[in-house]
Design a protein around this ligand. Structure first.
Ligand SMILES: *[C@@H]1O[C@H](CO)[C@@H](O)[C@H](O)[C@H]1NC(C)=O
Ligand SMILES: *[C@@H]1O[C@H](CO)[C@@H](O)[C@H](O)[C@H]1NC(C)=O
Ligand SMILES: *[C@@H]1O[C@H](CO)[C@@H](O)[C@H](O)[C@H]1NC(C)=O
Ligand SMILES: *[C@@H]1O[C@H](CO)[C@@H](O)[C@H](O)[C@H]1NC(C)=O
Ligand SMILES: *[C@@H]1O[C@H](CO)[C@@H](O)[C@H](O)[C@H]1NC(C)=O
Ligand SMILES: *[C@@H]1O[C@H](CO)[C@@H](O)[C@H](O)[C@H]1NC(C)=O
Ligand SMILES: *[C@@H]1O[C@H](CO)[C@@H](O)[C@H](O)[C@H]1NC(C)=O
Ligand SMILES: *[C@@H]1O[C@H](CO)[C@@H](O)[C@H](O)[C@H]1NC(C)=O
Ligand SMILES: *[C@@H]1O[C@H](CO)[C@@H](O)[C@H](O)[C@H]1NC(C)=O
Ligand SMILES: *[C@@H]1O[C@H](CO)[C@@H](O)[C@H](O)[C@H]1NC(C)=O
Ligand SMILES: *[C@@H]1O[C@H](CO)[C@@H](O)[C@H](O)[C@H]1NC(C)=O
Length: 663
């Protein structure tokens, strides 16, 4: 990128230098003038035009009246007369053919070649003023005009005659004049004459001669005078013609015109150098800074990518890669993520309902801004994508396009479990009325237990879900529980490793085992604890501890409340009132006790999911449970923690964890 900008910059600088050097040079040639074609090259005043292949400086003969007219006809581009504080002066040479024919006897008033700062024709510059100045500006330095006049009438006393050439500076008074009569020239005779005006930066010299047609080609120097144009004119001037008529009239035509000028000395205007060089330096610096930032960003991107291999590769490398969808397909399926199709909003995105063919789907749209979102996405697609179990939400596919991270699931018609347990704000009481009988609740608990057992013990690599809670349990049409939301799930690659370490505490408060706050570590035991809380919820129809982010409020949790009732032998008081009438009290008590056992403060006292399943199936006895809730003692040293407990304890004191990410 920096090479590009430097090249471009150098090129621009070269162009600029060229432009600076060339600016002084004006060079053009019109052997004839084409009506309506060449107009664009000139600044043309009213009553002036190109007609009959000539410049008509005042109206041509087609006009009924051409009395009291003046006109100007100037080349559009200005000519640089001097530069570099007047030390560099241009020289020029111009040749034009004039044809003045009298329309009265005698004709009037005259024609002039002009160099002027102001392209505008002065008002009331007709008659004797020849379109050069007017009564106001005659003799004023402000006029800034130098003219070579071809005067065809003797307007005032100092005028030599009605057929002379003169050099005027800021007035119609001629500094020097010369009659043409003795050169055999009659200006207003309708004959073409060629005029050459040369300026060598000191002397202005005028030649008038008959054109080729006459065959003479005699070039007579009529007039020459020393003149410092830079004393009267600005750096840049317009060049061209002016003319006028008065009581008497004539046609003032220019039939051809060429103009050449010297380069102003090669060393360019110092002012420009002083502007251009600092500008160049600034631009180089800016380009450098820009490239640096660009480079740094590129590097950061690369680092990010290295640390975080490309999403697609990562997903495709898993054994049972789920289907990759096109963003368009999913947009169509969800009505462009129409808010009407919104099913819910979770920790890492919004879930939309969609229709893919005839199949109803749920599309989870991961919030795009967070880097964490990306990680969640990969975790979810890779873990759940390679798992098949009747109690797991089925992943259909995924999509990563235009920064959209989308996960496609089978749609669970009955939504999530929490709506049935605690009601739904939108559905109101209606939902609570729905029967969630003990049989159904038991089957839901068993379903989740089977799913967790499968994750912990049943599949190739041990998977920790890390976020078991009522809102992550989806219900199929027949109320089969399906565990979903694998955003926090982690796969343990080696079978002997039993925990997953992160630098932050993840999960949902109220479902987090007490040791999580100390170790920030996910283990099978922390999953079992969350499952225990879920069991208590399902049986009691009561949310776990509120959403307090304070660890001190931890003691208010459903676990404490229930253990208290348990120790007082009143555990049945906790059962959801909506279950009244369901008779299987023994079963309810057994499941509640099992739930409490899963919530044992000491991780290694909690039953495994395998044991939980056996108890639920009545294949094993309830684990023994102390009447009083044992105090939480740490370290409790469950077998799987032995290796690196040291790192978690700083000289026997507890290490505080800085980050808590609650959901
Ligand atoms: C001006 O143009 C003429 C030909 O039209 C050419 O010979 C001459 O070199 C040019 N002068 C400059 C300064 O470009
Ligand atoms: C232009 O020509 C018309 C008609 O001849 C005349 O009335 C008018 O004053 C002229 N304008 C100038 C600026 O000479
Ligand atoms: C032009 O001037 C000549 C004399 O120089 C005269 O004979 C002729 O009639 C004039 N033309 C017009 C149209 O007045
Ligand atoms: C140019 O001349 C016109 C007419 O005389 C005048 O109105 C205008 O102010 C002049 N412009 C400059 C820049 O002197
Ligand atoms: C025009 O100005 C000059 C001075 O530059 C003066 O000599 C001349 O008389 C003036 N002409 C008119 C007609 O005012
Ligand atoms: C000069 O102009 C008059 C009137 O426009 C025209 O009749 C004559 O042919 C022209 N002369 C030349 C040499 O073009
Ligand atoms: C300008 O003209 C004067 C005479 O008027 C002459 O002495 C001088 O050499 C000329 N300068 C140039 C550069 O032709
Ligand atoms: C023109 O300027 C030069 C100095 O740059 C000076 O010597 C010369 O006399 C001036 N000529 C006129 C006519 O003012
Ligand atoms: C133009 O003619 C009128 C009379 O028709 C006269 O009063 C006026 O002075 C004349 N103008 C000039 C500049 O000769
Ligand atoms: C031209 O203008 C003068 C005044 O400057 C006026 O007296 C004369 O009548 C005008 N001529 C024509 C033909 O309009
Ligand atoms: C300008 O025109 C004249 C006359 O037609 C011719 O002699 C001269 O060479 C031309 N100059 C240029 C630079 O075209």
């Amino acid at each position: 990128m920096q090479f590009y900008s430097l090249q471009t910059f150098a090129f621009l600088l070269a162009l600029l230098c060229c432009a600076l050097i060339r600016a002084g040079c004006l060079n053009f040639s019109y052997p004839t003038f084409r009506d309506k074609v060449d107009d664009k090259d000139f600044i043309i005043s009213t009553n002036s035009s190109i007609a009959f292949n000539a410049i008509q400086v005042t109206h041509d003969a087609t006009q009924a009246s051409i009395n009291n007219e003046s006109g100007r006809f100037l080349y559009k581009k200005r000519f640089r007369l001097w530069g570099d504080g007047r030390r560099n002066k241009a020289s020029f040479s111009t040749t034009f053919e004039i044809n003045i024919s009298n329309k009265t006897n005698p004709g009037a008033e005259g024609l002039a070649f002009i160099l002027t700062a102001n392209s505008t024709l002065p008002e009331n510059s007709n008659g004797q003023w020849l379109g050069i100045v007017n009564a106001n500006s005659n003799g004023s330095d402000r006029a800034k005009i130098v003219a070579v006049e071809f005067d065809t009438s003797k307007s005032y006393e100092q005028d030599l005659d009605d057929n002379h050439v003169g050099v005027d500076v800021n007035s119609i008074y001629s500094r020097k004049q010369e009659s043409l009569t003795r050169y055999g020239i009659r200006l207003s005779s309708g004959v073409s004459y060629a005029v050459t005006i040369q300026y060598d930066s000191q002397n202005l010299t005028i030649f008038v001669f008959h054109t080729k047609e006459t065959g003479e080609q005699m070039k007579d120097q009529v007039l020459s005078l020393p003149l410092n144009l830079s004393d009267y004119l600005p750096e840049k001037v317009y060049v061209g013609f002016s003319a006028s008529t008065g009581n008497n009239t004539q046609l003032n035509c220019i039939q051809s015109w060429n103009f050449t000028s010297s380069h102003i000395d090669e060393n360019p205007n110092l002012l420009w150098v002083w502007i251009a060089i600092p500008a160049a330096v600034v631009m180089v610096l800016l380009a450098g800074v820009a490239s640096y930032f660009y480079w740094r960003r590129q590097r950061e991107n690369k680092l990010l990518e290295d640390a975080f291999p490309r999403i697609e590769d990562e997903i495709q490398s898993t054994a049972m890669a789920p289907k990759k969808f096109k963003l368009k397909e999913l947009q169509r399926a969800t009505g462009r993520f129409n808010p009407k199709n919104k099913l819910g909003k979770g920790g890492f995105g919004t879930v939309y309902k969609g229709l893919l063919g005839n199949k109803e789907i749920a599309v989870k749209r991961v919030s795009k801004d967070s880097h964490q979102g990306k990680q969640e996405f990969i975790a979810e697609v890779t873990t759940i994508g390679s798992l098949r179990h009747k109690n797991l939400v089925k992943l259909i596919g995924w999509c990563y396009e235009s920064h959209e991270l989308l996960i496609v699931y089978e749609l669970m018609p009955n939504g999530s479990l929490d709506r049935f347990l605690f009601g739904d704000d939108k559905l109101g009481r209606e939902m609570e009325e729905l029967p969630l009988s003990w049989r159904r609740r038991h089957s839901i608990i068993s379903g989740v237990a089977q799913a967790l057992d499968y994750l912990h013990n049943g599949c190739e690599k041990r998977v920790l879900h890390r976020d078991i809670k009522a809102s992550n349990i989806m219900l199929d049409s027949d109320f089969t529980a399906r565990l979903g939301d694998f955003g926090l799930a982690r796969t343990l690659q080696q079978s002997e490793v039993t925990h997953h370490s992160t630098k932050e505490i993840a999960g949902t408060l109220g479902y987090m085992a007490p040791e999580t706050f100390l170790t920030a570590r996910a283990t099978v035991e922390t999953d079992v604890y969350a499952f225990g809380v879920l069991v208590l919820e399902v049986v009691c129809g009561r949310r776990p501890a509120g959403n307090q982010l304070e660890q001190s409020n931890y003691n208010n949790s459903i676990v404490y409340w229930l253990w208290d009732l348990y120790s007082r032998g009143k555990i049945l008081d906790a059962v959801d009132s909506r279950l009244e009438g369901d008779t299987d009290e023994d079963d309810i008590v057994s499941v509640l006790t099992l739930g409490l056992a899963c919530c044992h403060p000491n991780p290694h006292q909690r039953p495994s999911m395998r044991t939980v399943l056996k108890v639920l199936r009545r294949e094993a006895d309830l684990p023994s449970l102390p009447t009083e809730r044992p105090a939480f003692v740490w370290p409790s040293m469950p077998p799987s923690f032995k290796q690196d407990t040291e790192s978690d304890l700083d000289g026997g004191r507890l290490t505080p964890f800085s980050e808590i990410s609650g959901r």
